[in-house]
Structures are given as structure tokens and as C-alpha cells.
Write a protein that binds this ligand. Structure first.
Ligand SMILES: Nc1ncnc2c1ncn2[C@@H]1O[C@H](COP(=O)(O)OP(=O)(O)O)[C@@H](O)[C@H]1O
Ligand SMILES: C=C(OP(=O)(O)O)C(=O)O
Ligand SMILES: [Ca+2]
Ligand SMILES: [Mn+2]
Length: 662
């Protein structure tokens, strides 16, 4: 019994202790059997600080030890470059920058002697100019290209509204803005851009002058330098190695840094060491408003693009999509200059190397339909089409997650795991399970994840010339056919029109669908006149023999209210038939008004839904709605009548003739 009780026993008749109580007698059978809490060896540390310092191993250097000198120089250059990025241009000084988290000083600095750690802390770059403000008297700590794990820790410690969801994603709030603010976008109009860019009616480019840009830039930089720490991401855009762009993103939130880590192309450690100077820099001071007394400012939000300086300033909005789509605008300027077409489209590739592009406005299905279990994902939103084929601009995807279901969209569901950022979603306060149907914060809930999170991503994200160009429209009027085959002029007509119709505010009763026309399926992001992109697309499609298709992912059997949205499963069958080449061989009939070629049969899709005229119970209402939509198309296209497309006027005339006729 004594031995059973862990070696302790109250031996009867044992010797009495000093106070007369019986002494606890420990039976010592062998020397090794001394009592321990556990059986492992003692920890190799003398103090708690030392113990904590053992926890973290220094990341292995990618350059050999012998190059320590070069390493030191590169480190200094890097800090100089970051300080220069953050320089106040009126005071002509950059801040004193130092790498690392200000909260983690000596005690947590891994495996460094006190002397070495002291040295490390002061290996900063001090600005040579002493004409400085208070912010020049302190160090600005730079959290440079942190890993997702480090960014999670930063977010959870310092950003209210950061939580880990049950699947391991980082849930965050984007603040007052839960979508982009296109009316607050400004572009510097100078001698060059005045001629190059698309200005005026219908254009997304609202002008500002160079001086006002500098006022906002100074405001953003002063705000960022007043902080204890800022995040700096050095990354790439465009998987085409010949046309890769180096971007630097300076931001104040771990959320923004992780978002861009996911959305841009992540450099390897070697690429990061040799990064040098960025081609383009974003200053994201989104928590801080712009000054509304500033010329050109019409709200507290301003997203300012200066192509000459290769800089963008963000004030007054924390919606992360501004950075992603802001850089996309930059690519819409830089790439066409190199005869490369930039596209607001998703893209995927079949086992036989057949590539498809999916154009469409927000919510029409680019992300959903390019993420296809039977095909390789090249990208979900932004691409380039060059002489070499297609390349994704980004390193990640940004999926809408309202009503996301595991059954219908398993790949996107599974990508929302550790490392992914979910914006503005609602979750159970205890289990942290996300309720994707909850619109309490916004309907525009989003998930941003690296493209490798999709199991059949095509890495590197490039592919050959497209075989199919699919134009997606979510037609809430319910009159466009689920699929039509387009001639080249028809493809151009619909590309320039950029139609979709969504239903605003679904809560208070039935609302009329509103038609949206957005040239090139992305007027908010294009920099040149739409016909410039259209001419390039026509040229490339002709040269590479690509077929155009119009796919309605919206309503069938009536408009919003009486009909219903086409089942995703049917749309997927339609898309499958396009990819396989089956649909090209189908029999076609022509529709009224739009003159669209529609197939009579598709495997897996009920034939009666292929012609919307069949699905409406009231034939009169169908015709009326069809003519109404045709009229809206005609009215929209009036704005393009005076623009010549291509070398001669022949294509322009053909395109006009390819629109609705009634
Ligand atoms: N028939 C359909 N085709 C495509 N998407 C559909 C369909 N029916 C419903 N949806 C839903 O519509 C949304 C499309 O959004 P998404 O793919 O993110 O668009 P985009 O990437 O073009 O902004 C998704 O939430 C998807 O589940
Ligand atoms: C990121 C966006 O794009 P999309 O909705 O096309 O995915 C956006 O419009 O903010
Ligand atoms: Ca898959
Ligand atoms: Mn998308």
C-alpha cells in the first residue's frame, strides 16, 4: 500500500518530528526514484528570460555566412530605402527606422547576447538631415514582410475586431467602409496623363493636381511616421517574369499587411534580399481622414494615384480592396504601354492546356466559375494577355462569401483556413463558427487567401493563349439567355457595354433591377479609353482564334421577384460544355432583339431554360422587358459612337451592327 501511494507512507511507530507530530517518511528504495513532476530533463535555462529567448530560432540566412558584410550592407540599404519611402518631402527627411516590434525588446530577442542585442537595436538608419519634427526624434519601427503567424499575433494584440475563426482564418473588420469608394478616386492630371488617360464623362479618372497630391501624401506620411510602428510589404505583381512589377505597401494595420501578403505575389527569401527599390509604392493611412478643406476633396476619403511619382495614397478608408484594385488600375496603365492587355477577368486551364477567360462585373461569377475542381486555376480576378499568353497579376483570390456553402463551393470553403483573412463576417461568439448567411455587418463579406490554398492552382500562374472568352452578366431582368455564342463584333459590343443588373437592397420588398454598364467589365479600373482595350482584345482573339460567349448567371423564368437565379449547377454544366468544345458543335437558333445565337441542347441542362422566351409565363411581359433592356443597351452605347476601334473603321461599324436591333 505504501508503494502504491507514490512512495509516501505514514509508517506506524515512526520517529516523531520536532513538534511531536509523526514525520512523513519517504521510502527511498533507489537513488533514481527521487520524486519529479515529470520524467524529462530539466530545462536548459537559468532564468525565465533565458527560457523565452530559447523559444525562437533565428530564421536561417539565405546567403552564406561568409557574405556577412554584404548582408550588413544590404540590410542598411533596405532600411535606407524604407526611410526614403517614408520621407517628408517638405522637410526633406526620412524617419529614423529600425526593424522589429517595439514591444519585443531585449528579453524576447532570440539567442542574442546582451551586447549583440544592443547592437541589433541600434542598427537603424538615421536620417542625415536634422531639420525634423517630433516624429524625427523617435524610431519608427518597421514590421517588414512579416509571416501570417506574426501578423495574426499583431492583429489580435493590437486591432480590435480581430478573432480567429473555427477554421483558423483571421476575422477582421474593415471599419466604416465595407466596399470600395470609386467616387473618391483621384488621378493626378499632368502633361503626360492629360493626353494618355481617359477623362470626362463615364471615366473613372477624376482629376487632381500634383500639389494636392503632395498635400495628401504628406498627410499620409506624417500620420504613418507618427505611429510607433508601420507594416511594410515588398512584393510582386504579375507572374510573367518579363513584366513583373515590384510593389511596396506601407500600412498601419496587420490586417492590411496580411491582406496584401495574400493578394500580391510573395517573394522568396532570395528575391526579397535582392528586392532593391520598388516600382510602385502605396501609402495606406486609411484610419486617418483626408482634410476636406483640401482642394478637390469632396469627402473624408481619398484614394490618390500619381503615375509620374509611381505612388498611391489612401486616406479615410480601411477597405483593403482599395489597395488591390488600386494596383490593378496601375497595371491598366503600365501594361498597355507595353502592348500587353490587362483584363478584369478570372482564368483557368483544362488538362489539355485550353485556357478560358471569365470577364464580369462584381458578383457575376468570375471567382466562383474560375475556381473549378476539374481545371487548374490561373487566377480569379486580374490578368494580362501578352505575346506569351496569359498571366495572373496577383498571388491570391478575393472571394465573396455571402451565403457561401461547403457543398456548392468546396474549394473556396476549404481555402478559408489558417492564413486567410475574412472581412466583416459574423461568427458565433463561443465556437467562432462563421455564419456566412449573416449580413449584419455588410452583404459584401469577403475572404482573401493565397492562390495555393486552392488545391489545383496552376503555379506559376501563367497559361497559353485563351481558347474561350466568357462574358458573364448577372441579368436580374431575366431576358438574356443562359448562354449564347458570340461573333467577334458581338463580343466587342458586349465587352464595351459591360452589362450586368443587380438588385439593390433585397430586404424591403421587391425592388426593380438596375442595369449597370461598365466598359470592359471594369470601368472603375481602366485608365485609357475603353476602345483601346477593346481593339487589343479583338486583335488577340482574332489572332489566336478564341471564341466569345455570353453567359447569364442571373435570372431565369422572369425578372427578379417572379423568376429565380439560374442554378449554379446548371451554369457549371454550361461552362463545362464550353471548355470541352461540345458547345461549339451544338445546333443554334437566333434570338429576337439581341440577335444572340443560342444552343438548343446542353448535356445536364433542361433544354427549355436555354431560351428565356420559353420560361416566362407571361409572353407579353417577356417581350416588353427584352425591348426595355435592348433600349438601355442602345442608350449606353451612344457614348461610344464617335470612337474608332482598330486601324480602320470597318470593325467599328460591325460592332455597332452587333448590338440589339428592333
Ligand atoms: N448561376 C450562378 N453562377 C455563378 N454564380 C452564382 C450563380 N448562382 C449564384 N451564384 C453566386 O453569385 C456569387 C458570384 O460571386 P463571385 O464569383 O465572387 O463574383 P466576382 O468574382 O465576379 O465578383 C457567388 O456568391 C455565387 O455563389
Ligand atoms: C475586389 C473587388 O472585385 P470583384 O467583386 O470583382 O471580385 C471589388 O470590386 O472590390
Ligand atoms: Ca479543386
Ligand atoms: Mn471575384
Amino acid at each position: 500500500m505504501a508503494a502504491e501511494n507514490g512512495g509516501f507512507s505514514f509508517a506506524s511507530g515512526a520517529a516523531k518530528g520536532r513538534n511531536g507530530l509523526p514525520m512523513i517518511h519517504t521510502e527511498k528504495k533507489k537513488a533514481e526514484e527521487i520524486c519529479h513532476d515529470d520524467s524529462s530533463l530539466p530545462v536548459k535555462a537559468q532564468t525565465l528570460d533565458e527560457l523565452h529567448s530559447l523559444q525562437k530560432k533565428k530564421s536561417a540566412p539565405t546567403t552564406p555566412i561568409k557574405a556577412a558584410h554584404a548582408d550588413e550592407d544590404r540590410h542598411k540599404q533596405q532600411l535606407q530605402s524604407i526611410s526614403a519611402s517614408l520621407a517628408s518631402l517638405t522637410r526633406e527627411t526620412g524617419p529614423n527606422v529600425v526593424k522589429g516590434d517595439p514591444a519585443r525588446t531585449t528579453a524576447e530577442t532570440p539567442r542574442l547576447s546582451a551586447a549583440a542585442s544592443h547592437q541589433q537595436q541600434h542598427r537603424h538608419f538615421a536620417a542625415p538631415n536634422l531639420n525634423m519634427s517630433d516624429s524625427g526624434l523617435k524610431f519608427t519601427h518597421i514590421l517588414y514582410n512579416l509571416s501570417p503567424a506574426e501578423l495574426y499575433e499583431q492583429a489580435i494584440k493590437y486591432e480590435k475586431g480581430s478573432f480567429i475563426t473555427a477554421s483558423g482564418a483571421l476575422a477582421t473588420l474593415s471599419g466604416a467602409k465595407t466596399g470600395r469608394s470609386p467616387r473618391d478616386k483621384r488621378v493626378v492630371k499632368d502633361e503626360t496623363t492629360a493626353d494618355d488617360l481617359w477623362w470626362g464623362k463615364g471615366s473613372p479618372n477624376i482629376e487632381m493636381d500634383e500639389h494636392t497630391f503632395m498635400v495628401n501624401r504628406e498627410r499620409a506620411v506624417d500620420y504613418l511616421c507618427s505611429l510607433e510602428k508601420v507594416f511594410v510589404n515588398d512584393q510582386f505583381l504579375n507572374w510573367d517574369p518579363e513584366n513583373r512589377i515590384k510593389v511596396r505597401i506601407v500600412s498601419a494595420r496587420a490586417y492590411h499587411s496580411l491582406f496584401m501578403h495574400n493578394m500580391c505575389i510573395r517573394p522568396s527569401p532570395e528575391e526579397l534580399e535582392n528586392f532593391g527599390e520598388p516600382d510602385f509604392t502605396i501609402y495606406n493611412a486609411g484610419q486617418f481622414p483626408c482634410n476636406r478643406y483640401t482642394h478637390y476633396m469632396t469627402s473624408s476619403t481619398s484614394i490618390d494615384l500619381n503615375l509620374a511619382r509611381r505612388e498611391m495614397v489612401i486616406l479615410g478608408t480601411q477597405y483593403a480592396g482599395e489597395m488591390k484594385k488600386g494596383l490593378f488600375s496601375v497595371m491598366h496603365y503600365l501594361m498597355p504601354k507595353r502592348q500587353i492587355l490587362s483584363l478584369h477577368s478570372g482564368s483557368n486551364m483544362g488538362k489539355d492546356g485550353d485556357v478560358a477567360l471569365f470577364f464580369g462585373l462584381s458578383g457575376t461569377g468570375k471567382t466562383t466559375l474560375s475556381t473549378d475542381n476539374n481545371r487548374y486555376l490561373i487566377g480569379d480576378d486580374e490578368h494580362c494577355w501578352s505575346e506569351n499568353g496569359v498571366s495572373n497579376i496577383e498571388g491570391g483570390c478575393y472571394a465573396k462569401c455571402i451565403d457561401l456553402s461547403r457543398e456548392k463551393e468546396p474549394d473556396i470553403w476549404n481555402a478559408i483556413k489558417f492564413g486567410a483573412v475574412v472581412e466583416n463576417v459574423v461568427f458565433d461568439e463561443h465556437t467562432r463558427d462563421v455564419d456566412y448567411s449573416d449580413k449584419s455587418v455588410t452583404e459584401n463579406t469577403r475572404a482573401a487567401y493565397p492562390i495555393e490554398f486552392i488545391p489545383n492552382a496552376k503555379i506559376p500562374c501563367v497559361g497559353p493563349h485563351p481558347k474561350n472568352v466568357i462574358l458573364l452578366a448577372c441579368d436580374a431582368f431575366g431576358v438574356l439567355p443562359p448562354v449564347s455564342k458570340l461573333s467577334l463584333p458581338q463580343t466587342m459590343y458586349h465587352f464595351i457595354s459591360g452589362y450586368t443588373a443587380l438588385v439593390a437592397g433585397t430586404e424591403d420588398g421587391i425592388k426593380e433591377p438596375t442595369a449597370t454598364f461598365s466598359a470592359c467589365f471594369g470601368a472603375a479600373f481602366i485608365m485609357l479609353h475603353p476602345t483601346k482595350y477593346a481593339a487589343m482584345l479583338a486583335d488577340k482573339m482574332q489572332k489566336h482564334g478564341a471564341t466569345g460567349w455570353l453567359v447569364n448567371t442571373g435570372w431565369s423564368g422572369g425578372s427578379y421577384g417572379s423568376g429565380s437565379r439560374i442554378k449554379l449547377a446548371y451554369t457549371r454544366k454550361i461552362i463545362d460544355a464550353i471548355h470541352s468544345g461540345e458547345l461549339l458543335k451544338a445546333n443554334y437558333t437566333k434570338t429576337e432583339v439581341f440577335g444572340l445565337e443560342i444552343p438548343t441542347e446542353i448535356e445536364g441542362v433542361p433544354s427549355e431554360i436555354l431560351d428565356p422566351a420559353n420560361t416566362w409565363s407571361e409572353k407579353e411581359a417577356h417581350k416588353e422587358t427584352l425591348v426595355k433592356l435592348g433600349g438601355l443597351f442602345k442608350k449606353n452605347f451612344e457614348g461610344f459612337l464617335n470612337h474608332k476601334i482598330g486601324a480602320d473603321n470597318k470593325l467599328t461599324e460591325e460592332i455597332l451592327a452587333a448590338g440589339p436591333n428592333f
